[in-house]
Design a protein around this ligand. Sequence first.
Ligand code: PHE
Length: 464
Amino acid sequence: MSNTTTTTTAAGHQGLHWSSRWAFIMAATGSAVGLGNIWKFPYITGENGGGAFVLVYLACIAVVGLPILIAEVMLGRKGRKSPIASMRELIREHNANAGWVSIGTLGTIAAFLILSFYSVIGGWAINYVGYTISGDFVGQTSDAVGGIFGAMLGDPSTLLFWHSVFMACVLFIVARGVKGGLEKAVTYLMPALFVLMVVMVVYAMTTSGFAQGVNFLFNPDFSKLTGEGVLKALGHAFFTLSLGTGVMMAYGSYLDQKTSIAKTSITVGLMDTVVALVAGMAIFPIVFANGMEPSAGPGLIFVSLPMAFGSMSMGTLIGTLFFVLLVFAALTSAISLLEPSVEWLEERSGFNRMTATLVAGGAVWFLGIATVLSLNVWSDVHPLGMFAAFEGKTIFDLLDYITANIMLPLAGLLAALYVGWVMKKEDVAAELNMSNGAMTLFWNITRYVTPLAVIIVMYKSIMG
Ligand code: PHE
């Protein structure tokens, strides 16, 4: 740790803080903005018809995402320890049922599981920087570009290699600590990411597909919205704001007491939303200008976009910038996904930062091999195939499905219930320090609207 006034002890890390409110905002935004915004949001928007889906997603962010984000940052700051230890602390203070510790445990485990496959996809992105820079897509047919993607997925050693490179970058940053590692990385990577996004959108504006792209994103056609689409919008709100994973609690545990949690969280939520919309405004015009379909699915940015890059002027430059941007976004999320486990190991086992990082990161890397193999050698292995809901799902599919659709909403729901029903209104008000009107609004939404929305959606998604 670079700062001599801060130490991490078995008693927690009282005193270890982000350098400023801005540093926290960059770190939390770095966590929120990731593959979810640039890879997943555009393709699920494309699959679900565009504007109407975007509107529902925005409503989910406002009604479910922001209240839970505020709740989680607050729980973390009050506990001042890892998500698991913070919950233990709060349970003691509020004399609550020990089962509430599951907010921390479920979240920490979910973050660990997500990172194992997130890193594999982050590895694809690094690999694609190499493909674009060396002009591999120039003048290729769609079959050839699809073939490059397929060949990568089919080759375990390539996937393992790039997964390892990506994890090595994550460990390098996380091992350096909260200030010397996480904070430093986000203060370089986030501004770079914003600049790259602006370059991409300005480029998109010059293409013939810009009006069509904007129209697709912002002109709602409700006849295209399905019940399934509503469920996906809500699930994505959790994933994109890093909720239900202990990540925002861990980051909140390093937040100083005088920072306004509500204002800061709203800033983070807004930036995440803007980046998702801007990513859409960069991607869809390029897709339309090249006469392609917006509903291409997960291959949208790994097949359709490279094809477009391969056929347009300055495509090599723009394509390379795009994948560099994707790598930065993925990295600043991945470091946050490791933090809950590392913080917990530091407290629990007395390991120093370096050892805790190597142990947690090594375990994640090892688990990542299961995702690597799911894409090829084990593509026919369906461990929970006997249950209808999990039919045909590989280990990778299961990790994605169970974290996003079950663990995150459940842990987020519990966090909202804990704040709304276990904590006293005065305590919450003292911690959030908002005007009376804002506090009443937050309190009613967190107690009633948020939990109900999550319960209805989870019920529907589990029932099929
Ligand atoms: N929010 C990140 C994204 O959109 C992913 C993430 C999920 C990060 C959960 C941390 C915790 O890509």
